[in-house]
Design a protein around this ligand. Sequence first.
Ligand SMILES: [Zn+2]
Length: 421
Amino acid sequence: MSTDSTLRFGAQTDEVTSFLRIVNLVRNGEATTRPEIGRATGLGRGVVAQRVDQAIRLGFLEDAEFGPSSGGRAPRTLRFRADQGRIVVCALGVLHIRVGIAALDGDILDQAHRRWEIARGPEETLDAAMALIDEVLARAGEDRPLWSVVVGLPGPVDFETGRPVAPPIMPGWDGFPVRERFEDRFDAPVWVDNDSNLLALSERARRRADHADLIFCKVGSGIGAGLLSQGRLHRGANGAAGDIGHVPVAGARVQCRCGKVGCLEAVAGGWALVRDAKQAIAEGTTTQLSAVLDQDGTLSPEDIARAAKDGDALAISLVQASGRVVGEAIAGLVNMFNPAVIVVGGALASASEVYLAEIRRRVYEVSHPLATRDLQILLSMNDQREPLRGGAELAREQLFEVTFPRWFAAGRPSREGVPVG
Ligand SMILES: [Zn+2]
């Protein structure tokens, strides 16, 4: 670790501001040679050369190959050193733990997954998650320093404190110090966020859309949404923004697992569809899901999505009914939020076009015409790495855009140097 006394730690002088900007221009690929940096920043050649030298000395940038010549001597390109450190992402779902290691450019290098019920509580769950992280780090032979850990949770999170806030279906998790547990274990800055927010950030990274107005709606076992306004996550005053799974559906009387009655996910979430499918089977409905239930002893939202794709009548009707109700909830968000893009993902959405068609129909029926004039409604990639990519994107944003001035002079972030929250 090196320090650079010519740049004063923490002081947002012009010198520091231009230094951080230069590192980020190269990191984001917006400028890759010294002349390009000069044009982008308006700084003179001598100043650019000095700042770039400092960035190389601190380990953020390195010289790479020569770029194309524009007449004179070809300029040397610069490269961001994405291998200086690693980011660990731990995405906890209702029924899954997924962990991954990423480079500082967001590239996912390795990952692992295990089935796990988050209802087993925070102590047991975090132990299992950390064991899985250790396993992946060991398998990858990873000896580079961890620059950050990001944790995704399937419920509302207070981003400032890194604690879950009254998550409806996660007994024992309310207010649990998730950030501290990971900080103590991995000695790195830790950020905790809602899983739908990570998925929204993954879409932002994929689209390279800096100013996206986007809603990511996740329909898995539960239902949640992540809101991007001008490229920034809108988390709300208590981290509850986008937590649409437990808003009441008009006229619905069915019991939700949160204790209330008639919630959106009690009608249209994956677990509700599993409940309805089991009941239909018990009542003698013919469906390919009977065989799955016989064999596995249970059904998952994925099973229903797959059966709908295969043309199973019961599964299609369940999926369509869910799409209709979820579409209505999304229409409410559209009227209020006027996004340019809605991305639908999660285990149920993998039923693909059937689900999407139903959501589209309902959104266009219910939303204000002006709000849907240029609206795109798309299916997510539904790649299992999406939450990992989103977590890496969150770490990169926090490290290089939010907290960079606090730690850059040390060459790498530390738990002490990056007071989060
Ligand atoms: Zn509920």
